[in-house]
Design a protein around this ligand. Sequence first.
Ligand SMILES: [Zn+2]
Length: 175
Amino acid sequence: MTPMAIAQLGEPVLRQPAQPVPDPRDPAIRTLWQRMLVTMEQAGGVGIAAPQVFEPLRLMIIASRPNARYPDAPQMDPVVLINPEIEHTGGESVSFVEGCLSVPGIRGRVWRPNEVTLRYLDTEGQPQRRTLSGFPARIFLHEFDHLEGRTFLDQVNSPDDLIAQSVWERQCQGA
Ligand SMILES: [Zn+2]
C-alpha cells in the first residue's frame, strides 16, 4: 500500500471542517484508513487525520509510540477513530511542544487538558467510549483540531511559543 501525499500548511483542506463518515464499513473508508496508517508510519507521525491526506472526513488515527520525532512517547496500538466526539475534557492543563506532519520545520508549545473522554465509531461501525490521558489525550486533541479545520498554530498563546524543529532538537539534546 503506497503512502498518500500529506497536505501542507496553506492547503485549503486543512482549514475546512470535515464531514461525518456516512458508513465506517464502506470498503473505500477501510482503504482510506489503511493508507493513512501506512502514510503516518512512513512519516514518523504518532497520529494523522483524514484532512491531512486531502480527505475532509471525520476520521483519525492515534498511535503513540516512541520514535525519532517523539522519543519519550508511550507505546500503544494504533486506534482508528471514526466520527469522534469529545464528551468532556479534564485534568490539569499541561503544555507540550507539538509538531505536525502538515507543518514542516516548526513546533509550538500548546496547552491542553491532560484528560479527554470521547465517543467514536470503530472500524466495524460500533460505538465506543474511551478516556485518554497524557500523551495519547494530546494526540487526540491535536487530531481533533484537524477535523475542525485547525492546526496547532491556532492553539499557541503567542508567537514566542513557536520554535524551529532544528532549534528544538538542539535544545532537547542539551537538556
Ligand atoms: Zn497535525
